[in-house]
Design a protein around this ligand. Structure first.
Ligand code: GAL
Length: 669
């Protein structure tokens, strides 16, 4: 990834623009209204393959030329999409083998979108022709500012199980294992008579009577993730040859399980994300913050783009929550507070037909005489007030470990507890930091830990010896770690590390887990701290034997009574905490408080009333404090700083009043 700090001179504002769905007479009005709303970039062509190439090899760029020229004339830049997420019907009719196939053998036909198998050579061939032609055609166009490759890789269907995929999987496996003996050993195929004697016997994990081999599943997940990344690479290569100076992105889906975004993000010029929070959920704002922090971390702290959000509701949940007055603005500034340099929407003008006609848009069916339009217009005209923040960063001292491979293996089958899920667990931990306005990064197990004071490992099921060694060194050197149950159990092949859990972390944690017990869904257990606080715990309890660690809290009922549940170990110049169960929120809060004290992490922003989110963006010379009122009541915020509030251009001292869902951005003195 390049350092993309200077890619854009202003905050990007705009959205997906699908002019091909409209008569050309409307386009002029579109452009006039875009200018009125402060739109400076639109994503064009995301789903226009059948319009651009109506028959094999017959290209029609006429309509796109006209709109590209109009946009250039109006000073609106184009984030030009390669429309490869929805191949036209002529293609699947010609090459029925390119349709996605599910694990149960069902084909997924054309008639919606994302129905292609990433391994189909026919699909790849047509993509290469189309992308080469498109890029050559527009390489000099003044509107072209960025490439948007495909759309949400892995959305709807993450994996294809067809025969072509099977053959490609075997090629991937041969490159990885070289010989079948190694594969058989790594997959542990002596179990249930799964030994392979010929590569051709290996198939994707299609529907089976009972559990799949977990090591096979893990490689399949890696392979499937790699396949989408390879399809991105194919296009990236073409685009970089033809337009080397144009930045390239593709849009992610937050904590999307199917693709290892760490691997993916390393290839992009700038990371982008789509986010559609369900505002009916109480904690939607916490989850949104967590996703933004992930996306910023994937790009190693570089600026990123909120590529899609809705200006109002979506149309694909059972009940689609509205964005109440001020909520779209609040969510947009939350993204900026957490590092975004672009606020974009799906989509510009609400469609009159198709399956997204009931989806919110910047310009609703009822036109400009709507609250949504007014909010969109006012945000677009307000954003330039923050242009001086474009080069600023968000700095975090705390990191949560996040690893797609471990996530896949964790949530595979046949464990002693099978209803644990990684993302809710991450969210529980994240919330304890969020509530204190402590900025958090996400870090890969192979990532650089040195810049953090505190590193948290939620359910880090797979942990390599090397990654464990780095954690050990981190603690010896003075760092603090907090490791939860279900961490460090298995190696990269999903084989248990023998000799007691958690594998290679036993020394740094000063303990050995000799067994674990699931807790019944109805009863759980209770954890009591040495100071007498009591917290509920659930899911599972590890049976911990202390070596050098001390117990901070123990279970207080059932046969595990008095067994340590939470421990601390002073190791080298640092400290490690272990949590052998899943704690209720007050327990987690208690534990995080201790970990923060140990890591000597002071609160960066003190005294904010609950419901007010505070985030700092900074450069070497300056700091800006974002205050976000996440509630629907006005609130007064006492301040220990003074400075100018940039959106209202007023000087602030001692306190500031935020309206419902109100936002302030204070340039700190
Ligand atoms: C995204 C997708 C857009 C649109 C949007 C609706 O997942 O990229 O094309 O479908 O959802 O919410």
């Amino acid at each position: 990834m390049e350092n993309n700090q200077s890619l854009f001179p202003q905050f990007l504002y705009g959205g997906d623009y699908n002019p091909e769905q409209w008569p050309e007479e409307i386009w002029e009005e579109d452009i006039r209204l875009m200018q009125e709303a402060g739109v400076n970039m639109v994503s064009v062509g995301v789903f226009s393959w059948s319009k651009l190439e109506p028959a094999p090899g017959e290209y029609d760029f006429g309509w796109m030329d006209r709109i590209m020229d109009m946009l250039a004339g109006a000073g609106i830049r184009v984030n030009l999409a390669t429309p490869t997420a929805s191949p036209p019907p002529w293609m699947t009719r010609r090459y029925p083998d390119m349709l996605l196939q599910k694990g149960d053998g069902t084909h997924l036909w054309h008639g919606s979108r994302r129905h292609y198998c990433p391994h189909s050579p026919d699909y790849q061939h047509h993509v290469s022709n189309l992308v080469t032609t498109l890029a050559s055609h527009y390489k000099e166009h003044p509107a072209l500012a960025m490439w948007h490759i495909d759309n949400e890789y892995g959305c709807h269907q993450e994996q294809c199980f067809c025969d072509t995929s099977a053959a490609t999987f075997r090629v991937w496996l041969k490159a990885k294992y070289k010989d079948l003996d190694t594969l058989n050993r790594t997959w542990g195929t002596t179990f249930w008579s799964q030994g392979y004697s010929d590569w051709e016997e290996i198939i994707p994990p299609r529907s089976t009577p009972a559990f799949h081999n977990p090591s096979h599943l893990l490689d399949w997940d890696r392979f499937s993730s790699d396949s989408w990344i390879e399809r991105f690479d194919d296009q990236m290569k073409i685009l970089k040859e033809i337009t080397p100076h144009i930045p390239v992105t593709t849009n992610y889906m937050g904590f999307h399980k199917g693709i290892d975004y760490w691997k993916f993000a390393a290839r992009e010029d700038i990371v982008s994300n789509d986010l559609y929070p369900d505002t009916f959920q109480e904690d939607w704002i916490v989850e949104a913050a967590m996703v933004h922090d992930l996306i910023r971390s994937l790009g190693h702290g570089n600026p990123w783009i909120l590529m899609e959000q809705s200006a109002a509701h979506v149309n694909w949940r059972r009940r689609n929550a509205p964005k109440k007055p001020g909520v779209m603005r609040l969510g947009s500034y939350q993204a900026i507070a957490r590092g975004a340099v672009g606020i974009m929407f799906f989509q510009w003008r609400a469609s009159l037909f198709g399956s997204e006609k009931f989806h919110g848009a910047m310009l609703p069916h009822a036109g400009t005489d709507t609250r949504t339009w007014q909010e969109v217009k006012s945000l677009g005209n307000e954003l330039p007030a923050l242009n001086q923040l474009l080069l600023s960063r968000v700095i975090a001292d705390t990191a949560i470990m996040m690893d797609w491979e471990s996530w896949w293996a964790l949530e595979n089958n046949s464990k002693h507890v099978n209803d644990i899920q990684l993302i809710p667990q991450i969210k529980n931990l994240y919330k304890a930091f969020y509530d204190r306005n402590i900025q958090v990064d996400f870090v890969h197990p192979d990532g650089n830990l040195e810049k953090y004071r505190l590193v948290v490992l939620p359910y880090q099921y797979i942990l390599s010896k090397e990654a464990a060694k780095r954690l050990d060194d981190f603690v010896k050197g003075g760092g603090t770690i907090l490791v939860t149950t279900f961490s460090g159990l298995a190696d990269e092949n999903d084989h248990i590390i023998p000799g007691g859990y958690p594998g290679y972390l036993k020394d740094v944690l000063g303990l050995k887990v000799t067994d674990f017990t699931a807790l019944s869904e109805s009863r759980g257990n209770v954890v009591m701290t040495s100071e007498g606080q009591v917290f509920n715990c659930t899911y599972m309890a590890d049976i911990v034997e202390l070596t050098s660690a001390e117990s901070l809290a123990a279970y207080n009922k059932d046969f595990i009574i008095d067994t340590p549940a939470i421990t601390v170990n002073h190791y080298g110049s640092g400290t490690s905490f272990y949590l052998g169960t899943e704690l209720d929120p007050s327990g987690l809060d208690w534990l995080i408080e201790r970990a923060l004290k140990t890591a000597d992490l002071a609160l960066p922003i003190k005294g904010l009333p609950s419901g007010v989110e505070g985030v700092i963006r900074q450069t070497v010379h300056k700091k800006w404090l974002f205050l976000l009122n996440t509630g629907e009541e006005p609130v007064s915020v006492p301040l220990q700083i003074s400075g100018v509030e940039l959106l209202s251009k007023t000087r602030i001292q001692d306190q500031i009043r935020l309206s419902p869902y109100g936002v302030a951005v204070i340039e700190m003195n």
